[in-house]
Design a protein around this ligand. Structure first.
Ligand SMILES: [Zn+2]
Ligand SMILES: [Zn+2]
Length: 122
């Protein structure tokens, strides 16, 4: 794997905040320091970072993909209304498969629904 300054910039951006960003948002942020970067390069780097386990992705109910630099096991809650993505802890060791004796190595749980503020605005 080739470490380029583009790849490093994307990874640094995602790792330095606990938020979930779309490829376009990442592109806009990284472009500040690397003006000649293309959206295609951003997509390519994101795909390779996922493959290498450096970042994870979450899909919203309308198929938009968001990227997350926080890769410790956690569940995602995606609000179908405001599209906000929330992190929730997952405790490996107490999951349902483990209660059946299975060995869980990583988890990617996504819940879809309405967050508190959207639920109360209904
Ligand atoms: Zn919401
Ligand atoms: Zn997350």
């Amino acid at each position: 794997m080739r470490v380029t300054k583009q790849r490093t910039a994307i990874l640094d951006f995602l790792r330095s905040r606990r938020q979930h960003y779309s490829a376009v948002q990442i592109y806009d942020a990284v472009r500040v320091n690397i003006p000649n970067i293309s959206l295609g390069t951003v997509y390519r780097n994101l795909a390779s970072l996922i493959e290498d386990g450096e970042i994870i992705s979450v899909e919203t109910s309308d198929k938009c993909v968001y990227y997350d630099g926080f890769i410790s096991d956690h569940a995602h809650f995606v609000c179908s209304d405001c599209k906000q993505i929330y992190d929730f802890p997952i405790e490996i060791g107490t999951t349902e498969p483990e209660k059946s004796g299975f060995k869980v190595e990583k988890s990617r749980v996504v819940y879809y629904g309405l967050c508190n503020s959207c639920k109360n605005n209904k």
